[in-house]
Ligand binder design. Structure first.
Ligand code: DC
Length: 232
């Protein structure tokens, strides 16, 4: 039986990564974090001192860059190591500076073209849970299950703030909320592949839900759909 492509889209801090990782673990699928690809490219651009508005240069940079997402099961189920031209940048791409830069790089249509092609190659065989902003709308409009996950901006800011606290980074909650609003605006407002809910995506608001409840819901939807296909 063909394994499914499960697309999970939603705004920053909605819990997509936690959800996608857990669903992949429960279903024995591969987890693919497409945001990490935009982050890795943004880090490379920052390191080279490239202007984040330099469209043609950024597209060439994307074409000349190799980004690998490798399973790192030693660090826990669904954990990945991100390699940028062979160098481990797993931690380096998670800073607030790279977050902002990634959301600027992601506006570039040429960059998106290059990265979307790579994402399609990585997921086309199925058996994947892919998370991002445009997976159900652009990367895999044919995905068998699409989830649009959201939560209130305040809850999303709190979650991001808590993640940083746990890592020992001191960040300001109010500033985190402002940054989330800025990134939402860029993600939703950009001309190429803006963050939208695909018409056939299941809308899930996780504001008042525990991560495990959301994961169980998605796995139930997937297993139910798979069972129905099998009896057709
Ligand atoms: O999910 P994230 O915060 O790691 O994503 C980093 C940035 O990349 C974010 O600002 C939005 C962008 N992105 C995108 O435009 N399309 C995707 N499929 C994934 C991420």
């Amino acid at each position: 039986m063909k394994q499914w492509i499960i697309a999970i889209d939603g705004p920053v801090g909605s819990g997509k990564s936690t959800l996608a990782r857990r669903v992949a673990e429960l279903m024995g699928y591969i987890y693919i974090d497409t945001g990490a690809m935009y982050r890795a490219l943004a880090l490379k651009a920052l390191n080279r001192g490239l202007s984040l508005d330099a469209d043609a240069e950024l597209e060439s940079l994307a074409q000349a860059t190799r980004i690998d997402l490798q399973a790192n099961s030693d660090a826990g189920a669904g954990t990945q190591r991100i390699l940028l031209d062979g160098e481990d940048v797993t931690t380096a791409i998670r800073t607030p500076e790279v977050s902002q830069a990634a959301s600027k790089v992601a506006v570039n249509a040429g960059v998106r073209h290059v990265l979307v092609a790579e994402q399609r190659r990585a997921g086309i065989a199925g058996g994947v849970v892919m998370e991002g902003r445009d997976i159900g709308s652009v990367v895999f409009p044919e995905a068998e299950l699409k989830i649009f996950l959201t939560a209130s901006p305040e809850i999303r800011a709190q979650r991001r703030w808590r993640e940083h606290q746990q890592k020992g980074d001191q960040i300001d909650l109010q500033r985190t909320l402002e940054e989330i609003r800025e990134r939402d605006k860029r993600d939703v407002g950009r001309a190429t592949s803006p963050l939208v809910r695909a018409a056939d995506a299941v809308f899930v608001d996780s504001t008042a839900m525990e991560p495990e409840e959301v994961a169980k819901l998605v796995v139930m939807l997937a297993n139910d759909g798979l069972a129905r296909r099998a009896t057709k």
